[in-house]
Design a protein around this ligand. Structure first.
Ligand code: IPE
Ligand code: IPE
Ligand code: MG
Length: 252
């Protein structure tokens, strides 16, 4: 047996073999940065910055566990309603995050996909995002979906418009618009549905995240604020997922 040495009070990160069942696709609503900043009497931007440290650890652990896909809610189509200062800080964090992480992610064979309306983002951010997607497009490891300027309803509307265009052009029949066909026109094309959705900070809502893909997801709402969320909390969530009975409508 391999012995794990850790600091007292700190749980060792678990490995794939420690879990009886792991999700193929994890989605995370990283919530609570604002409350964390307030609690520590800091500017909200500091809460978001601390949140990116959590994100780095969570991505690493997801990759170590060999999970297929991770979707991260980083900026919603509704988050433009925040102050220009906060939106500006979040936009800067996008640049900082990719500058510091892209080499490691690429080296780890992670494929980065940006889900959301890139055209609605400032040009500098758009360029960095397109570059990250292009650079990692042949990678075959973890699919890392970073959802930016993302809205679940907008994603479904976009799929409907693409399908309508195909029908209008005579390339598709109305009866070919199946659930699979719709899924093929979502940003997550080719990926499994979300198995586990985690939202930190105790809020229990979807806030327009991956509406179509979460049809049969298991939900977990840990109370911890995102900047305080640890790999051990993540392991606890994955363990709890393993204990869930997924019925998909059947009687087991
Ligand atoms: C989530 O943290 C991060 C983003 C929305 C980008 P919040 O900023 O929503 O944190 P709270 O909900 O105000 O605590
Ligand atoms: C959802 O969190 C968006 C992200 C985490 C990026 P919000 O904090 O914006 O959601 P609401 O407003 O509380 O529903
Ligand atoms: Mg919030």
């Amino acid at each position: 047996m391999k012995l794990k040495f850790t600091k007292p009070g700190k749980k060792a990160a678990r490995t794939r073999a420690d879990f009886a069942k792991l999700p193929r696709h994890v989605a995370i609503i990283m919530d609570g940065n604002g409350r964390w900043a307030k609690k520590h009497k800091l500017n909200v931007a500091m809460g978001h910055r601390k949140g990116t440290e959590t994100l780095r650890e969570v991505i690493r652990h997801t990759d170590d566990l060999g999970i297929e896909a991770l979707s991260i809610y980083a900026f919603s189509t509704e988050n433009w309603k925040r102050s220009p200062e906060e939106v500006g800080a979040l936009m800067q964090l996008i640049l900082d995050f990719f500058a510091s992480e892209i080499d490691e992610l690429d080296a780890k064979n992670v494929r980065i996909l940006i889900l959301g309306d890139k055209l609605g983002l400032p040009e500098k951010q758009r360029d960095v995002l397109v570059e990250a997607e292009t650079r990692t497009c042949r990678n075959t490891g973890l699919k890392l979906n970073i959802c930016l300027n993302y809205g679940g309803r907008a994603e479904i509307v976009r799929a409907a418009q693409e399908l309508a265009l195909l029908v209008q052009a005579g390339q598709m029949r109305v009866e070919d618009i199946t659930e699979e066909a719709v899924a093929c026109h979502l940003y997550t094309k080719g990926q499994p549905d979300v198995d586990l959705m985690i939202r930190t900070s105790g809020e229990m809502r979807l806030s327009n995240f991956l509406l179509y893909q979460c049809a049969y997801a298991e939900f977990l709402f840990p109370k911890v604020l995102w900047p305080d969320f640890t790999v051990a909390d993540y392991d606890d969530a994955l363990e709890a997922y393993g204990g869930r009975e997924r019925r998909f409508g059947k009687r087991l």
